[in-house]
Design a protein. Structure first.
Length: 300
């Protein structure tokens, strides 16, 4: 059974065909779907596909269901990787932020859907407030459908080579990372309005402004398209303006994301030398005091 089939509370809807992405109504449709589940799914009851197929047939709802199916599959990977790297479990607010959901309530509903499906391993326990209390990450790692993805995300990146990276520039035209690299290159994987991405953008911009002349190149890879988020060029421009960002940004492709271990936590950063060897791997928000010393080891 494939990983996509494993998380199939909404899979039957995908057989109807994928719709074009990037339509502004999708978040509203997603809210409608999740609020319907909130109001109709009783504790211990299995989610009925037929009810959702019958109720949510509009094109924007189909796009929302497509994205939610991806969210369901990525959620266990995110939780396991987050705990492995941060030493604690993510909050509902952090889950919502990582998946661009409309809030903690939406994150709670996503977990309820997972808990209602008997095909999903019972790997998590929640407290009375709905927050994660504990997880059995061995249960996730032991499943063939997750083992490889977990291993790739948590295996050390230091000493490995960056994959070939190319993509469409925000301003148009294609660019390859090989043509943008310097003595130190920081590859920054993010999506629009991700809370820790909003927080780290001005930090990266300050490093770019102060250290570009000394040999630092920062290249952002925006994941909006591969994550099926409905942000527009105007949304991305507004996000960049809030952080004052002027360094190069490309659109992340599915192939490049796979080469980077199918990034599950945003932002993720890879620091490499001129030859493309990764020397540091950072996940989630990092302050300048953490990033700058590692960069200076390459440019000084």
């Amino acid at each position: 059974m494939s990983a996509t089939r494993f998380f199939s509370p909404l899979l039957g809807l995908l057989l109807l065909g994928a719709a074009p992405h990037g339509v502004a109504q999708a978040p509203e449709a997603e809210r409608r779907i999740l609020e319907h589940v909130r109001d109709t799914l009783a504790p211990g009851e299995r989610l009925l596909l037929s009810a959702l197929v019958e109720r949510f047939q509009a094109p924007d709802e189909q796009r929302a269901l497509d994205r939610l199916n991806d969210v369901f599959f990525r959620t266990p990977l995110f939780i396991v990787e987050f705990e492995g790297r941060q030493g604690r479990l993510p909050t509902l607010a952090e889950i919502a932020g990582q998946f661009s959901l409309y809030g903690e309530e939406a994150a709670d509903i996503v977990l309820r859907i997972m808990e209602s499906d008997p095909r999903v391993p019972r790997f998590l326990v929640r407290n009375a407030d709905g927050e994660l209390a504990s997880i059995d990450d061995d249960m996730v790692r032991a499943d063939d459908r997750f083992a490889q993805a977990v291993a790739r995300s948590l295996t050390g990146w230091e000493g490995r080579m960056l994959p070939e990276i190319a993509g469409e520039r925000f301003a148009g035209g294609e660019a390859a990372l090989a043509d943008l690299m310097d003595d130190a290159t920081l590859v920054y994987v993010w999506f629009t309005n991700c809370p820790p991405c909003v927080q780290i953008a001005p930090v990266l911009q300050s490093l770019h402004a102060d250290l570009e002349a000394e040999g630092l190149s920062i290249v952002g890879l925006n994941a909006d398209r591969v994550l099926k988020l409905p942000y527009t060029d105007e949304d991305r421009a507004a996000h960049q303006a809030r952080g004052g960002v002027t360094f190069e940004n490309l659109h992340l492709t599915s192939e490049v994301r796979a080469g980077l271990g199918n990034v599950n936590i945003f932002p993720t950063l890879f620091l490499a030398g001129r030859d493309g060897t990764i020397v540091r791997h950072f996940v989630n928000f990092q302050d300048r005091e953490t990033l700058e010393p590692a960069i200076r080891e390459l440019i000084d």
